[in-house]
Ligand binder design. Structure first.
Ligand SMILES: [Zn+2]
Length: 315
């Protein structure tokens, strides 16, 4: 390479790097499926449930993510629910994490009526609302299970009206990413005691999350004239994130993100946009807005083939 081409290449690299470096990046982290994904037996045993919770929060607390977490009250078995769930939720609140409703039983709207679905929303706040109230906080946020917003215009409108009437603010997701698929494969490796495989899955997960950002950052900026909106990241409370979330956090820091509350992220004007996407699909709001603007949706990267195969081969 000559000096002249080196200078030209450096200038080109600087120009390419400039828009990204100039971005004021912000992300609100959210954890769904509290108290924990796929830990049904442990969530019937107070000691085991608190151990899972405290391990996750010990990882999270020093990182100051300002996260919001969404609860499925049904996950704690009924005999323990009114005593154990408040303890679990208090631990999350003590760690500076806000709580929202994710329905009682993670109901799939495609298989039920709006009436039944809204009853599940109501049942999903029986323990959580008083726990928040005791601390002078209000239960405000709602996260749709599977990110399903209703597969017909009528259902979608009735669900939105029902949530609004109950005083809920919908918590949209922009950075959707399939962490749950890696987590299911990770649990299998954990059960087999395969440390090498766990590391391989964790490293593939971090690489995938970087690829997802490589895709969504410019894709989101297409909606806003080159400015990346404040993002909302969807993750789940599980053993994969207990072990690997610090690496995801570091990835975001390295890309210049500030960690903001959901409240702060939702002040970005993009969240006031209409969403006219009505399909049987749980997708990023970035896709919903892209569709609504009459532009073509492009999909984010899938997890690597070996993760998808391992996921599908589960018993
Ligand atoms: Zn969920």
């Amino acid at each position: 390479m000559t000096v002249r081409t080196l200078i030209a290449a450096t200038a080109a690299a600087l120009l390419l790097a400039l828009p990204a470096a100039a971005q004021d990046r912000a992300v609100a982290v959210t954890f769904d499926d509290l108290p924990y994904q796929a830990a049904d037996a442990a969530l019937c045993d107070p000691k085991a449930a608190m151990a899972l919770t405290n391990d996750f929060l010990r990882m999270l607390k020093p990182l100051k993510t300002r996260a919001t977490a969404f609860v499925n009250e049904e996950k704690v078995c009924e005999a323990q629910r009114t005593t154990l769930l408040p303890k679990i939720e208090s631990a999350w609140l003590n760690a500076g994490i806000d709580l929202g409703n994710h329905t009682y039983s993670h109901l799939n709207i495609h298989n039920t009526t709006v009436e039944t679905w809204l009853a599940d929303v109501d049942k999903g706040e029986i323990v959580t609302r008083p726990v928040l109230k005791k601390r002078g906080k209000t239960l405000r946020y709602f996260r749709h299970p599977f990110l399903f917003l209703g597969e017909t215009p009528e259902k979608k409108a009735a669900m939105a009206d029902g949530l609004k009437a109950r005083g809920y603010t919908v918590a949209p997701v922009t950075l959707d990413n399939n962490d749950w698929m890696f987590a299911a494969v990770y649990r299998k490796a954990e059960a087999a005691g395969d440390e090498a495989l766990k590391t391989r899955i964790g490293e593939a997960y971090v690489a995938h999350m970087a690829a997802v950002l490589d895709f969504f950052e410019p894709y989101s900026a297409e909606l806003t004239g080159g400015r990346e909106p404040a993002q909302v990241l969807l993750l789940h409370a599980n053993s994969l994130n207990r072990d690997w979330y610090p690496k995801i956090h570091a990835l975001y820091l390295a890309r210049g993100y500030r960690f903001v509350s959901l409240d702060a992220a939702l002040k970005d004007p993009i969240y006031a946009r209409p969403d006219r996407y009505v399909r049987k699909a749980g997708i990023s709001w970035l896709h919903r807005w892209t569709f609504t603007e009459g532009r073509k949706i492009r999909w984010e990267p899938e997890p690597p083939e070996w993760i998808v195969k391992a996921y599908e081969a589960r018993p």
